[in-house]
Every structure is written in C-alpha cells, then in structure tokens.
Unconditional design. Structure first.
Length: 336
C-alpha cells in the first residue's frame, strides 16, 4: 500500500493541484459550442495537448491530470501517447472511471452514479495504459425534501466499492461526493448535507477496507446555493468549509482537492486561498478544477493554432494563481 500512499501524497504536493480534463463527450461539446468550434476527436486532442504541453504550468503547478477514456488512448501530434506527455512533465496521468450519474429509481430528482460493472477489468487496462489514479463522482442534490438517506447511502456505497477496486489494482482513488451548488439553499443547509454525506462516505470506505492514506478527497466547498440572493463572503465560506471537514474528514486522508462546482475562476481561487490562510490543518488543501482552470484558456484558444501560445500562457497564469492559493499566498492584485 505504501506506493498508493506515495502517489496520493504526490497528488497533493504543496503548491500543486489537479487539472480536471475529463469532460465527457457531451460536456466538451458544450464547451466547444461556446467558442464555435466543432467537437471532433482531433479538435479535442489538439486542445488538451495544448494544455498538457504548457511546460511551466505542468512542471510547477499541476500534480496530476484527470483524463477521459478517449484522451488516455490518444497520441500527441508527434505520435507520443498523451499519458506520456503528462508523465514527462512530472505530472501524474489519471482517469475518470464512472459512467455518469443517472436517475435514482423512483426518485427522479436524485442521482446514482453508475459504472461498477466491469470496473475491475477496466482498471487493469487503465493501469497498463499509464493511469496512476482514478476518479468517481457522486452527485447529491439539495431541495426541500432531499437528499434522501437512500441517495446518500447508495452513492457512498458505490464510492467505497470503486475505491476498494482501485486500490486492489494499484490505482489511487479520488473520492468525489459532490453536493451541488444548484438551488435556493443556504450555506448552513450546505454544511448540514455535506457533513452528513461525508460522514456516511467515510463509514463506507472504512467498512470496505480502503486505506485512507492512499486516497484523495474531492468535495464541494461549503457554499450558498446559486439561486440565493445573499452570498456569503469568501472568509465565511472558508471558515465553514474547514469547520465542517474537521468534524468528519479523518486526519489519515493526505489531501483534499476541491472541485470548483460552477464558481468563477476568481471565486474558486479566492475561496481556496482563504482556507489556506487559516492554516494549521491536518490535510493539504488544493484544487482539482475543470472550468476554473480552463475557461479563460479555452476562450483564448478558440480552436486556432495561432492562438495556442496565448492560450497556454493564460492556462499558466490560472494554474499559478491556484498554486499560490494552495499556499495561502494569493492576492487579488496578482490577477491584473
């Protein structure tokens, strides 16, 4: 298990975080639609390769990259597997292994993540393709009468089964129970639901024999619903998030890599920075952002080869800002 623990520590190394480049075919199409670029396999490859070839960002600020199945099998323009491009930068290639969140039977407003069937065999293949870690995302929705215990329990059980299979096959699991920002709920309600969800998740992980020193937790921050009129300050979000996690996240977990969950690039950076400014925590707090690392770079790229240099520089800047946030050293003036 020590190798798993070493990899998990590398994933949350101080000053570094994880690039989530594992958008599904449908999600990457939406991203490309926003810049009027057709979502072809070649365009997807070119865009992601541009990010992975951003030398300064990859070597200094990115510890790992979560890939979609297609990307793990792709080669760069010069014929090198993209997993090798990532590894040669000193970063770790990872893989999204769930097959998506589907409606929970008889509970159409709630989701259950699928993908356990055949997972052991897929993990063996992914390991041989170079994947060092994996990701599985569970989705928890807040409304007046939900989440139900059934939804939390079912998703926690699936996360634990996934995590155990990963470790059995030499792969570090990122455990991602996302309590969605979408909705009218208060920050206090987010705290309550996140605490309950994480409590159940860790009970299941322990019951399944998962080594907590060989995982990374990828949760939401404790934050107001998107439809609430009053928004909490970054300082309040940081304080409530840390307070919640101190109640339920075991100290054996080496690191927490937050998802951005619909926050803007600046919000995601500032909130992470505020948490690390509090300091004196048992875990390294870092990022595993998708949109919050890529949005500006995607706009700068716009599908054009001649824009790759400026897009790469834009990605580098965002990665550096989040790197500073992992150290509690980000300041808004640095964004200018």
């Amino acid at each position: 298990m020590s190798n798993l623990e070493d990899i998990a520590k590398q994933m949350v190394a101080p000053g570094k975080g994880i690039l989530a480049a594992d958008e599904s075919s449908g999600t990457i199409k939406k991203r490309f639609d926003s810049i009027s670029v057709e979502s072809t396999e070649e365009n997807r490859r070119n865009y992601r390769e541009m990010l992975f070839q951003s030398k300064n960002a990859m070597e200094n600020y990115i510890s790992g990259v979560i890939l979609f199945d297609e990307t793990l099998r792709q080669e760069s323009k010069n014929g090198q597997p993209l997993a090798e491009v990532i590894a040669n930068s000193g970063s770790l290639p990872g893989i999204k292994v769930d097959t998506g969140a589907k409606d929970l039977a008889f509970n159409s407003n709630e989701k259950i993540t699928e993908g356990l069937d055949g997972l052991r065999e897929r993990l063996i293949e992914y390991f041989n393709l170079g994947a060092k870690f994996a990701k599985w995302r569970a989705v928890i929705t807040i409304e007046d009468s939900i989440p139900s215990d059934l939804c939390i329990n079912a998703n926690a059980h699936a996360l634990a089964r996934y995590a155990a299979l990963c470790q059995e096959n030499g792969i570090v699991p990122i455990v991602e129970p996302e309590v969605l920002m979408d909705g009218e709920h208060t920050i206090e309600r987010c705290y309550e639901v996140t605490k309950k969800t994480l409590d159940v998740v860790f009970n299941e992980l322990i019951a399944h024999g998962v080594n907590l020193k060989g995982i990374c937790l990828k949760p939401n921050m404790i934050i107001d619903g998107t439809l609430t009129s009053e928004k909490s300050s970054s300082k309040t979000i940081a304080e409530k998030t840390i307070s919640c996690f101190k109640e339920v996240v075991p100290e054996d977990v080496p690191g927490i890599v937050f998802l951005s969950g619909g926050q803007t690039e600046i919000e995601a950076t500032e909130n992470l920075d505020q948490m690390n400014k509090i300091g004196n925590l048992p875990w390294n707090l870092s990022f595993s952002y998708g949109r919050a690392l890529q949005a500006s770079a995607l706009q700068a790229w716009s599908g054009k080869v001649e824009n790759e240099e400026i897009a790469s520089a834009t990605f580098d800047h965002r990665a550096k800002m989040n790197s500073l946030a992992t150290l509690g050293k980000w300041e808004s003036e640095l964004e200018k």
